[in-house]
Design a protein. Structure first.
Length: 317
């Protein structure tokens, strides 16, 4: 939350966000990938990362300028300006557990940055219905390496390469995939726009089964409003997920004195809520998503920054 604007500009934001979301929906409806059968890899790679983003309805494609940009939009890594470590624990449906860790390191020129992430979804042992005589366990894992570079003060690009693995009992499979993202800032108005293409890669093969990775497109806008001791971040996202359906996410974050954050959002999982607390270099965030018959979904994240945020590089344009 960095920029101050007048009341008139603040009132224009909902209209801007709505128009941008409609435009994104129209484009993505054309670009939507062809439907494929849902699978465990779909579920794993479609889980949204980070309590901050989850509390805002997962409308985060244009707002991700932290370590979790490794997942949301690698183009945002180069705007972080500080080394960060992010850790997340997610209690998912039916008692499944998801762990996430990400690392972000800007280079000395503060024009480029690198990141890495590790994600694991796992279960305890359970009785299988597939003919196993003993309890089995299942897990998914993903290791990601990302790079981002500013091409101008208002524009950056980023890419990630990742290895995805799947394990169920004695069956194992792996695939290699990539993500590509862009982030555009509109001058000093606090408005950003981002787009990402995810999971472009090989198929998962285990036994006689072959699964396509859930390639998807996602785009969004964000508006950062600074009103002194109180600030607001508004976001809107839309994307074409596996199966060709359109998924949207809208969120708001209200910050008080740069330390206490309250969040709410509306996304594919319904209404979401969240909160955050920042003390010095440490931030702790929490989010809750309404449950169904299998239970609710709860996020808790911790982000630690190392050092002071570097000044943004001036460009001769």
């Amino acid at each position: 939350m960095k920029r101050s604007v007048g009341l008139a500009a603040a009132l224009l934001l909902p209209a801007l966000a709505a128009l941008a979301a409609l435009a994104v929906l129209a484009v993505l409806a054309v670009l939507a990938p062809k439907p494929v059968d849902a699978s465990l890899s779909d579920d794993f790679l479609s889980i949204r990362i980070g309590a901050r983003a989850a509390g805002m309805g997962t409308g985060y494609t244009a707002a991700a300028e932290d370590a979790d940009a490794v997942y949301w939009n690698p183009a945002g890594l180069s705007y972080a300006g500080v080394t960060e470590v992010s850790l997340m624990h997610l209690v998912w449906i039916a008692g499944l557990n998801y762990e996430h860790a990400a690392f972000l390191m800007p280079f000395e020129d503060n024009v480029s940055a690198a990141g890495a992430g590790v994600d694991v979804l796992w279960t305890g042992s359970f009785d299988s219905t597939d003919g196993f005589d003993v309890p089995v366990s299942a897990s998914n894992a993903c290791i990601t390496f990302s790079y981002s570079r500013k091409l101008a003060s208002f524009f950056s690009a980023g890419a990630s390469v990742k290895y995805v693995s799947y394990s169920f009992g004695a069956s194992k499979a792996g695939a290699v995939a990539g993500d590509m993202g862009l982030l555009l800032r509109f001058g000093n108005e606090g408005i950003s726009a981002g787009v990402i293409v995810r999971n472009v890669g090989t198929n998962l093969k285990y036994g006689t089964s072959v699964e396509k990775l859930p390639m998807s497109y996602r785009a969004g806008v964000s508006y950062d409003l600074d009103m002194g001791d109180v600030g607001a971040l508004l976001t809107a996202d839309a994307g074409a997920e596996t199966g060709g359906s359109i998924a949207t996410g809208f969120g708001v974050e209200i910050g008080f004195f740069g330390s206490v954050m309250l969040r709410a959002g509306l996304g594919g999982d319904g209404f979401t809520t969240g909160a955050g607390l920042s003390i010095g270099p440490v931030s702790v965030d929490y989010a809750a998503i309404p449950g169904n018959a299998l239970g609710g979904v709860y996020y808790i994240s911790t982000t630690i920054a190392f050092g002071e945020k570097a000044e943004e590089k001036e460009y001769d344009e």
